[in-house]
Design a protein around this ligand. Structure first.
Ligand code: GDP
Length: 315
């Protein structure tokens, strides 16, 4: 990839896509191609083909997906499986047929079996049943990575597949119904503090463990792997460390300055008990994350306060 290569970032308004755009711009890449959802519906095959025929990108970062937290996944299963299958099939197929040199596909750590040994190695894929709360999304992502592998085998198409752990950072979704845990807790604790509430309700038992990667670190890994990785095997991207939801809640309480009580609503699902990636394959290539969890949450909290909370006060 050279600095003037034509690079299409699908999903550039999302958490991951916007971080990839920031990373590429900072690294001096000048010919970035982006389309908003209104300009190009990636679920529409004909529109995607027209777009590739017109723009002829050379590299593709496929960061477009329907994403959401534990509740959104189980509330909208059809949307999650259909939209993701459509988006990835259309983009991967058009990329191959219109001569893209290399495509990077983003999967998720939820593709691994619910009871996979921890930390989860890449080879645990398809060795057991999935976590039911997000199997719709996971099945679509598994189909996406298999599509990449099949196009490589049959057509020699250079598509690589990254499996990031739970992500967070600026530009995250802070909607309490559809977001993931980290942005949800930032919002809940911030609102509780500003409204003087005595309690914050955290879903589930607090015992599940999750690994959190700052999205700028993921974007860094995407660029690194676009430059250095050309294999069929999927590759995990994470920090190698996890914490319990209770510990996460305590950390966010401290960062936001909330000193009240944390209560657990056990009527809400816990989801998978633990989700920690084995990152030895990526680390053996020399890549490491740079942003610590506390520092990353502090920065994300600052982003939330300036971009979200303050705006919400003025509507
Ligand atoms: P998951 O990693 O796919 O399970 O997705 P989430 O980020 O949505 O949830 C992670 C864990 O955090 C689950 O055990 C949730 O029950 C728990 N959790 C606690 N409070 C919240 C909350 O306010 N929102 C969300 N989304 N999850 C929460």
């Amino acid at each position: 990839m050279t600095k003037d290569s034509k690079i299409f970032i699908a999903g550039h308004r999302g958490l991951v896509g916007s971080a990839i755009v920031r990373k590429l711009q900072a690294a001096g890449y000048t010919h970035l191609i982006t389309r908003t959802r209104n300009e190009l519906d990636l679920r529409n095959q004909a529109a995607v083909e027209r777009f590739f025929a017109e723009t002829q990108p050379t590299y593709v970062f496929l960061a477009a997906a329907r994403v959401g937290g534990i509740l959104a996944n189980s509330t909208y299963p059809a949307d999650f499986i259909r939209d993701n299958l459509q988006i990835q099939t259309n983009v991967i197929d058009a990329a191959y047929r219109f001569g893209v040199k290399k495509l990077l596909f983003l999967g998720s750590s939820c593709i691994y079996p619910k009871h996979a040994p921890q930390p989860m190695k890449e080879e645990y894929l398809l060795t057991g049943a999935l976590e039911p709360t997000n199997e719709w999304y996971a099945v679509a992502k598994i189909a996406g990575l298999k599509l990449c592998q099949a196009y490589r085998r049959q057509y020699g198409f250079n598509a690589i597949c990254l499996m990031p752990t739970n992500l967070y950072g600026p530009g995250d979704n802070f909607d309490l119904e559809t977001s993931h845990v980290l942005p949800a807790l930032i919002r809940k604790f911030h609102e509780a503090k500003t409204q003087g509430a005595k309690q914050v309700v955290v879903w589930g038992t607090g015992t599940p463990r999750r690994e959190f990667l700052h999205v700028d670190d993921l974007a860094d890994a995407c660029l690194f792997l676009m430059q250095h990785y050309n294999d069929e095997d999927i590759i995990n991207v994470g920090t190698g460390k996890d914490i319990s939801i209770r510990e996460l809640a305590e950390l966010i309480a401290e960062i936001t300055g909330f000193s009240g009580e944390i209560v657990f609503d056990t009527s809400k699902p816990d989801g998978t008990p633990r989700k920690l990636l084995d990152v030895s394959r990526l680390w053996a290539m020399g890549w490491r994350p740079k942003i610590g969890l506390r520092e990353g949450i502090e920065e994300t909290y600052h982003w939330y306060v300036t971009h979200y909370a303050e705006k919400a006060m003025h509507v």
